[in-house]
Design a protein around this ligand. Structure first.
Ligand SMILES: O=c1ccn([C@H]2C[C@H](O)[C@@H](COP(=O)(O)O)O2)c(=O)[nH]1
Ligand SMILES: [Zn+2]
Length: 159
């Protein structure tokens, strides 16, 4: 008779948890985004968070949202970083867990690299033209969109 633990975290909690932890590396003072790409065999393939490209110092480049020189010119989105961080070959058939619904630019990259499902948490920019376009493209490409259902489980880490 099995005596396994019953209170282990689910696959969704695990992968969204990893995405959330990745987002905690972001230096963006306003919105921290994390992503975790997973194979159809429940293997983590890659992770990413929003940040500036290699060589572009977090201390020298701007994190402000407005003005002629602002963060939008420089920040690489978490989904793109996760896709670009992958060194193993194809991402065909994988799922991306992401803490913020992907923008239109990330949607293009998600579609073109063969990711078939997006599991997202926040959708705070749902009413913006970019996210509306993103959903239009992802749906047209047959990518499954699934909102992450919070379980309210608390995970405590002593680091
Ligand atoms: O698909 C996306 C969309 C946005 N991000 C990043 C880019 C920025 O660093 C922040 C958004 O900043 P706001 O101040 O909320 O405009 O989120 C991303 O990683 N992926
Ligand atoms: Zn994006």
């Amino acid at each position: 008779m099995s005596t396994k633990r019953q209170d282990y975290i689910s696959w969704d909690e695990y992968f969204m948890g990893v995405a959330m932890l990745s987002g905690m590396r972001s230096k963006d003072p306003n919105t921290q985004v994390g992503a975790c790409i997973v194979s159809d065999k429940h293997k983590i393939l890659s992770m990413g968070y929003n940040g500036f490209p290699t060589g572009c110092s977090d201390d020298d480049f701007p994190w402000v949202r407005e003005g002629d020189d602002n963060k939008y010119f420089y920040s690489t989105h978490s989904e793109l970083n996760a896709i670009l961080n992958y060194r193993g070959g194809s991402l065909e058939g994988s799922t991306i867990y992401v803490t913020l619904f992907p923008c239109n630019e990330c949607a293009k990259a998600i579609i073109q690299c063969g990711i078939r499902e997006v599991v997202y948490d926040s959708d705070k920019y749902a009413s913006t033209p970019g996210v509306i376009a993103s959903k239009k493209m992802l749906r047209a490409a047959g990518v499954t969109l699934r909102h992450y259902e919070h379980t309210n489980r608390e995970v405590k880490l002593s680091l």
